[in-house]
Design a protein around this ligand. Structure first.
Ligand code: NI
Length: 175
């Protein structure tokens, strides 16, 4: 089966606020498996369900870069929430849903995340640096936010213009 498509800005589905997950169903498990497949294929270090068009509060994260062939150990997190945050860090972020852009974003440097895993077990994870940034970026997706909503207005507008121009050009070439 082909991999599921990652929605890209300005797809409006990326701007929806996602619903909390109640019961863990076979559909949720399948979605998590699809998300991991897409994340590792790209490759990326995180993915949120809305990026595959599903408005539910589910993210996957793996910020480790193991040796070739080593087993991966991703985090699959349901209803993730930042319950504590401190410090501040600026990170150059990118996103599979925001093609051709990397930009500095200010985030909390250290966070504590509360979530449930796919067995419904409550987790609390203390993270800093890249993993803390990734948690905040993915949870933003669940709230309908992209990292370009956290950069300067000027930079955002420049990107939006460039992106629209590119899309028009793609359309002309396809037509
Ligand atoms: Ni993203």
């Amino acid at each position: 089966m082909p991999l599921r498509e990652v929605l890209q800005f300005p797809d409006k589905r990326l701007a929806r606020v996602s619903e909390p997950i109640g019961k863990i169903s076979e559909q949720i498990r399948q979605l998590a498996a699809d998300m991991l497949e897409v994340m590792y294929d790209e490759p990326g270090i995180g993915l949120a369900a809305p990026q595959l068009g599903e408005a539910i509060r589910l993210i996957v994260v793996d910020t480790e870069w193991p040796e070739d062939g080593a087993e991966r150990n991703p985090l699959v997190l349901m209803n993730p929430e930042i319950v504590e945050a401190d410090g501040s860090i600026t990170w150059s972020e990118g996103c599979l849903s925001v093609p051709d852009l990397q930009a500095d974003v200010e985030r909390s440097e250290r966070v504590t995340l509360a979530a449930k895993d796919l067995d419904g077990k409550a987790l609390e994870i203390r993270a800093e640096g890249l993993q803390a940034v990734c948690f905040q970026h993915e949870i933003d997706h669940l709230d309908g936010l992209l990292f370009i909503d956290r950069i300067s207005r000027l930079k955002r507008e420049m990107y939006v213009r460039k992106r629209k121009k590119q899309l028009r050009q793609d359309q002309l070439e396809a037509g």
